[in-house]
Write a protein that binds this ligand. Structure first.
Ligand SMILES: *[C@@H]1O[C@H](CO)[C@@H](O)[C@H](O)[C@H]1NC(C)=O
Ligand SMILES: *[C@@H]1O[C@H](CO)[C@@H](O)[C@H](O)[C@H]1NC(C)=O
Ligand SMILES: *[C@@H]1O[C@H](CO)[C@@H](O)[C@H](O)[C@H]1NC(C)=O
Length: 398
């Protein structure tokens, strides 16, 4: 324990030196206790099991702890099924799925990088039903999806994936399958606007690009289903929700925020079937709010959401969201971990909201309609900043 502590202090000092050398004096405030509660060094991981293959770019993981205890791993041109109780055993099953030489040639002709982009990077890998998994890959800049028979671990029915999977390996992306319906969020093609969509059943529902743009250069990092209908507290018409986590350009004008990038949480109702007269094929339940992770007394604002972990509680109401946030400034490598409870998020969505005036978002000061935005129709965004966040610690990344 003692060794762990001193090494974490070294980590912090390194962070200071690196920044100081570059001429940016970033130092953790002296009175801020950033000592981690537990530190585990990789050298102290005895009995650590490894899986190795010649494949690179591991990009998707799916752990199924029940039944056969498998860890599925997607990579560049391959998917593996490992024994979760010991991933180093030689029993790994493999599906090789790479784009053909002709498809790679087409990719190169499109001006893409044949050392990184012109491969099939598996971006999506999830359970579809009791017998099959579903996966999607970038497939040399021409995405494809396919089923996997989990028992035999063979691929079947490859199909077009352009609507479900981004074209490149690094594009911000998140996707989940809920009750055999696939929900994804990304900027699929370079020229398209980012959106949050449900791909099936038809018609596809999406966020809107015009006349009002609901998302602004959003880069997605995660999404999660919360079965709020199971909570006894759910008010009338409440439904299971899907939450999305991302960073995007801010268009709102408020006292403090400038037009930089901000971290966001958005949500849609799973039962949403789109509008009838207005908002046809659009979500009628879309709302978004800013996630603040900052140390206001030191003027540190961690606006770049890099990753999110959703921790299920005893009941859906006890769900917690942990986010890894970075500073938006390129030259300073510092990050923070903030925790948000589902009720913080719900409170923000119940709070005051903004309206679009001349392509700027301003706080809405009129009477709030009886049917709140987010229940039926949307021309609004919540803007309430989260009142409570918990600062856990920060460290140098990478
Ligand atoms: C894939 O791995 C190679 C070799 O490790 C690395 O150079 C490349 O940047 C990786 N590509 C992506 C998209 O992560
Ligand atoms: C990528 O394409 C260039 C031609 O533009 C070729 O010389 C090179 O060998 C290719 N590299 C790979 C890894 O295919
Ligand atoms: C699961 O989905 C696959 C692909 O649609 C289908 O072939 C299979 O029969 C389904 N399994 C069950 C148990 O419904």
């Amino acid at each position: 324990m003692k060794a762990g502590r001193s090494s974490s202090l070294r980590l912090l000092l390194l962070a200071c030196c690196a920044c100081g050398a570059a001429g940016y004096p970033f130092r953790p405030p002296p009175d801020l206790d950033v000592t981690p509660r537990v530190t585990v060094l990789s050298s102290s991981l005895h009995g650590c099991r490894r899986f190795r293959s010649s494949v690179v770019n591991y990009s998707a993981m799916l752990l199924e702890a029940e039944g056969e205890q498998r860890l599925y791993v997607g990579a560049r041109g391959a998917v593996f099924a490992l024994d979760a109780s010991d991933i180093s055993t030689a029993s790994a099953l493999t599906i090789e799925w790479e784009a053909s030489p002709e498809q790679k040639r087409q990719c190169l002709l499109k001006g893409k990088d044949n050392k990184t982009e012109c491969f099939n990077h598996i971006r999506f890998l999830q359970r579809f039903n009791s017998t099959h998994l579903y996966m999607c890959g970038t497939h040399a800049f021409s995405p494809m999806c396919a089923y996997i028979d989990a028992e035999r671990f063979v691929m079947s029915s490859p199909e077009e994936g352009r609507d479900k999977c981004p074209y490149g390996p690094k594009t911000g992306y998140t996707g989940i399958i809920v009750d055999q319906e696939m929900y994804t969020a990304s900027q699929y093609e370079f020229r398209s606007f980012p959106d949050i969509r449900r791909n099936s059943p038809s018609p596809t529902l999406k966020t809107e690009d015009a006349p009002t743009r609901w998302l602004n250069e959003a880069s997605f990092v995660g999404s999660a289903l919360v079965r709020e209908s199971l909570s006894s507290s759910s008010s009338a018409g409440d439904d299971d929700k899907i939450y999305y986590f991302f960073t995007e350009g801010s268009l709102e004008q408020t006292g403090t925020s400038t037009h930089g990038r901000v971290a966001r949480v958005a949500r849609i109702c799973k039962g949403d079937r789109g509008g009838r007269l207005t908002l046809q094929k659009r979500w009628t339940s879309f709302l978004k709010a800013r996630m603040t992770c900052s140390l206001p007394e030191y003027d540190f604002h961690f606006n770049e959401l890099r990753s999110v972990f959703v921790m299920a509680g005893d009941t859906p109401r006890d769900t917690l969201f942990y986010g890894v946030f970075g500073l938006g400034w390129k030259n300073i490598k510092a990050s923070a971990l903030c925790r948000f409870s589902l009720s913080d998020v719900q409170e923000a969505f119940q709070g005051p909201y903004m309206e679009n005036q001349d392509s700027n978002w301003k706080e809405y000061t009129g009477k709030i309609p009886d049917l709140r935005p987010g229940t039926v129709s949307v021309h609004s965004l919540t803007h309430a900043l989260f009142a409570s966040f918990k600062y856990v610690g920060h460290e140098k990344l990478s």
